[in-house]
Write a new protein. Structure first.
Length: 476
């Protein structure tokens, strides 16, 4: 435990295990609606009708109440139109957003961090060109057909209906966000066709993708977030790496210290790249490194000086290497101990409010490590906090063994499967009476570690072979 005036540790770890009022009821309504989508809403049965009624009851008394009640009535008779499905998706999103806000408030109480002011205001909805509106309407029509058929009713013909829409949307920068989501969603559904043969349906995941995609078809919802330039010092805390078969993303969590002496704030800087499935482990950095100089600074343990770097209201830096230079050495644990508790977190955009999106930087110290049912947990002042070591990237030296030997941790506080847990970004242990830190992003700028060097060489060879093959095909 770290005292409230000494840094960024958890101040009230007991709050993380206390129930959050209304959370279970909200998630139960969402789960029931997700279950209704499995069989589809073309001819709802009694269980589906009950789920729809529960959704309407859950948002009764809110501005959505009348529209959702109408949508539920039409859906129960099998006559729901596009506007009705949008209303159902909005109700589902509102419940998950409320769950997100309640959990985020609990985290703020736990760490004692100041709440950020919402400076966005009520910005007008940007106009959408006619061709953009038509494409969004086509995407909405396909998504509504999915809801009518349900996940058990999908087949290749239905899923293929997304292809021409995606192809038309991708060239337009203003439509690229929903297009990318539709493309990935359709590919996942195609890999699971026919739905009638699936042993298990990922109901929550597919409902998340469906409802988010549907809401993004509402004109103006996918517009670019406004940005403002900021100047000051960026102090990295750690790197969260997310890897998929065809893509990889690194997100740097940091504290930004404004040059004008304003309050420090939590920010993120992300970089992503497509990848072949043969590039894994430390080789991933070869794809990301050329796109962001910040990764080198993280690896070297340095700060960065930003000059008019754009940042969104949600705290995401729109990274531009021309507006950044490497600064003085900056230790992540020193930053966390001195500045983390006072750094304000940005508000989350309405469409992004979902429990799965919660990732709050925290500092934990003075804990003991325990193994509970094969998983690690931190004993923080007598309270067990689960540790998610599965998120530690293979592209770095942070291993479960390093976490088990640690006494301090900079990590992301998350919420999953009904409980809070921490994802380590860096840990500190004592070796021969000296503090030794291990970072998940230690290899981001290059490494002399034998395993990392081998992985980078393998990735270099794989990329060279792919480039040679691509060149041969182009010459033909």
């Amino acid at each position: 435990m770290v005292p409230a005036d000494a840094g960024g540790g958890l101040m009230r770890a007991d709050l993380l295990s206390d129930p959050v009022e209304g959370l279970d009821e909200a998630l139960a309504a969402v789960d029931a609606f997700d279950g209704a989508l499995v069989a589809g809403l073309l001819r709802p049965g009694p269980d589906q009708a009950a789920a729809l009624t529960g959704l309407a009851d859950a948002v009764a008394g809110t501005p959505l109440a009348a529209r959702v009640a109408e949508a539920v009535g039409r859906a129960m008779s099998g006559a729901a139109g596009e506007d009705h499905f949008v209303a159902l998706a909005a109700a589902r999103g509102a419940l998950l957003g409320a769950a997100h806000d309640a959990l985020s408030h609990r985290i703020e109480e736990t760490v004692g961090r100041p709440r950020a002011e919402d400076e966005r205001g009520s910005a007008p909805v940007p106009a959408v060109p006619d061709h953009g509106a038509n494409l969004l309407a086509a995407a909405r029509s396909w998504l509504c057909d999915l809801a009518r058929r349900g996940w058990r009713g999908i087949d290749h013909e239905l899923v293929a209906g997304a292809a021409p829409v995606v192809s038309a949307m991708l060239p337009d920068p203003g439509s690229r966000r929903p297009a990318t989501l539709l493309d990935g969603f359709a590919a996942e559904l195609a890999a699971s066709c026919p739905g009638a043969t699936l042993e298990r349906v990922p109901a929550r995941r597919w409902a998340d993708l469906w409802s988010r995609a549907l809401l993004l078809t509402v004109p103006g919802s996918a517009g670019e977030p406004p940005v403002v330039p900021v100047t000051g010092r960026l102090l990295p805390l750690g790197v969260d790496v997310q890897e998929h078969t065809t893509a990889v993303q690194a997100q740097v969590h940091a504290v930004f210290e404004p040059a004008d002496g304003g309050a420090p704030r939590l920010v993120r800087a992300g970089v992503s790249a497509p990848k072949p499935d043969t590039v894994v482990g430390a080789g991933l950095w070869q794809l990301l490194r050329p796109r962001m100089s910040l990764l080198g600074a993280v690896s070297e343990g340095c700060s960065m000086v930003l000059d008019a770097m754009p940042v969104t209201a949600e705290g995401d830096l729109v990274w531009d290497d021309e507006r950044a230079r490497t600064g003085e050495p900056a230790d992540a644990f020193a930053t966390a101990r001195v500045m983390l508790s006072a750094a304000t977190a940005a508000r989350v955009a309405p469409l992004d409010r979902h429990p799965v999106r919660i990732a709050v930087p925290v500092l934990l110290e003075g804990y003991t490590v325990r193994s509970e049912e094969g998983r690690l947990a931190f004993d923080v002042a007598g309270r067990l906090l689960a540790v998610d070591t599965d998120r530690a990237p293979a592209a770095g030296p942070l291993t479960p063994e390093a976490v088990a030997a640690s006494h301090s941790c900079v990590g992301l506080l998350r919420w999953d499967a009904g409980a809070f847990l921490v994802q380590p970004l860096a840990v500190e242990s004592t070796v021969r009476k000296k503090a030794v830190a291990v970072h998940a992003g230690a290899w981001a700028g290059g490494t002399t570690d034998k395993a990392g060097v081998r992985a980078e060489k393998a990735a270099t060879d794989a990329v060279a072979v792919l480039r040679e093959r691509a060149g041969r095909l182009l010459r033909k």
